[in-house]
Design a protein around this ligand. Sequence first.
Ligand SMILES: Cc1cc2nc3c(=O)[nH]c(=O)nc-3n(C[C@H](O)[C@H](O)[C@H](O)COP(=O)(O)O)c2cc1C
Length: 666
Amino acid sequence: MYPYLASPIKINKLEVKNRIVYPALGVFFSYDRKLNDRYYNFFREKARGGAGTVTVGPVGVDFIGSGFVVLSLAEDEALPSFQKLTGIIRDEGAAPWIQLFHAGAYSHPILIDGKEPIAPSPIFSNYSKATPREMTMEDIDEVQEAFIRSALRAKEAGFAGVEIIASGGYLITQFLSPLRNKRTDNYGGNFENRVRFPRELIEKLRIKLGPDYPLTIRMAGNDFVPGSNTDSETPAIAAVYEKAGVDAINVTGGWHETKVPQLPMDLPRSAFSYLALNIKRAVSIPVVASNRIANPEKAETILRDGCADMVSLGRVLIADPEWPKKAFEGKADEIRPCVACSQGCTDEIFSGRPVFCTGNPRAGFEGERKVVKTDSPQKVMVIGAGAAGLEAAVTASMAGHRVTLFEKSDDIGGQLFIAGAPPHKNELWEFIRYYRAMIRKYNIPVRLNTDVDMEIVIKEEPDHVIVAEGAEALIPPIQGTDDPCVYSAWDVLKNNPPLGKEVAVIGGGAVGLETSLFVAEKGTIKPDTLHFLFAYEAEPVDRLRELMFKGSSNVTVFEMMPKVGTDVGKSTKWVLFGNLKKYGVKILTNSKVTSIQNGTLTFETEDKTERMNFDSVILASGSRPVKKLSNEIQKLGIPHSIIGDCIAPGKINDAIHGGFMAALSI
Ligand SMILES: Cc1cc2nc3c(=O)[nH]c(=O)nc-3n(C[C@H](O)[C@H](O)[C@H](O)COP(=O)(O)O)c2cc1C
């Protein structure tokens, strides 16, 4: 399967066994810059899963550029622990790589002991919320030397190759960018001067590391920041890198500050492979494509179509380190998906916490959360086939228990269907694809259309019951919710009923906002139509933009609190708010709806009572746990667990992780 993906490739003189790169990805498993068992276990599984190269990184070259939470190879004393790690990765058959890192102006003062970050120019950084000190010539020399010292340590520690980071908006991109580099010396101004810092660094590294040692760079294919480098400039930068001595280039998207989503579901799968191709045209060394390369077909297509020579699979390998193995064995449907939800990874590190994975409860807990085959198989009833029940059923089956899954509706998936319905959320349906495949693999009997009651439980005589009854839409105490024009958000997302021109959504939490987008998107042109109209210049660009966002309904959200979207993750909130604006969704905060009558909404604002007319009204006031069995099950004295939304409505990761842990505890 996937012959292009599976074929070996040479980086300098090193043969890598396949085309899969696990890239640098900060996971914050320590707060002392040091490796620990959690890191070792994490990387062991990455390598064991079959990736060709496994990158450890970011790894700081000095304190000012990386701080407390990023790993460091700035001192000799770190060598033995990195040596141990390269041994672990090599033993599992992958080539250990390292990404050397300096954040420049992106260093948060709080993470560098209150010190001043350094950067090419003293320009306030929106990312670190600090103004860095302008680097002196001594600083420039010293940082380059720090990179060299760390690279030599990396080579000594047994890394097969060293990557330097020139992406993300970090130090090297700051030197390259006319927006961040206002120097008037040899390191600023024209292109040649702006590229001088990385060029010199590569040339020096090449000399110190020797001609045969793989040296690679990660670059932004387009900074996606107005006024900075675009994909018109980046091929010339790549050509300089190649000439200076790098052996491969990993091409990713833009800076942290960009307003173009780089990671969430909004970014279509493998959308940035065009950036890799753009660089590939300019160089003759291997080029790696990156970002949202979710499934083996996409990865194979990128390689086969000549867009890149390798593919970088980041979060994808956190969600399932065995992605490569499963792909090569023809079991792609058994790959646990990365749905690009950002909840366990980006949201967590932006809050200074270690990374976990929504869909993979073992990520970051590889040492302690092991599915071990039982020697005393139990008869297990799992009641409810939403995310929690599905995960519990699959994990219990993996552990060797005899599981039957019961579901009162006519299909598995539960709220995943609803959660995946809004625009840019369809990726969540991948969980359903995965669980269907696992149900097939483990031959788990699924009894659909079965509303389990105590009688059925008694009749089944299980050794263990897992109750995952889920939640139901909450009907708020508003007069007139039985009006025929009123729907629940769940109903709208699940059954997609026809709605009128003016639509009100009551509730400005994540579900309310995403339902608003679901409605606002109706009637807008879809990607293939846009492609057609654009290709034939059938409509002017402004009109196309309008057609993309102006649909058949106008949507107004009513929220009684002063803010909407308070339950939306940090790293995706701005994307959601941006979309609401683009689709023209009107948001009324501090507006408490008190009654609905024939489509007329009465609502109280801070100082008055107002009325507005709507054709359809959608209630999005949250959900409440279903407690039919969970309140009664203890009476039977059968060992049991209660998981997921039937405890309290939570996020998908609460459901999946709860299901996993319940299965482990049988
Ligand atoms: C939590 C997190 C931390 C990351 N840290 C780094 C980093 O230190 N260096 C880097 O080059 N890329 C970093 N990235 C970017 C990833 O390497 C990768 O390019 C990105 O996640 C998109 O690829 P994916 O869709 O395959 O995950 C990070 C991404 C995430 C989600």
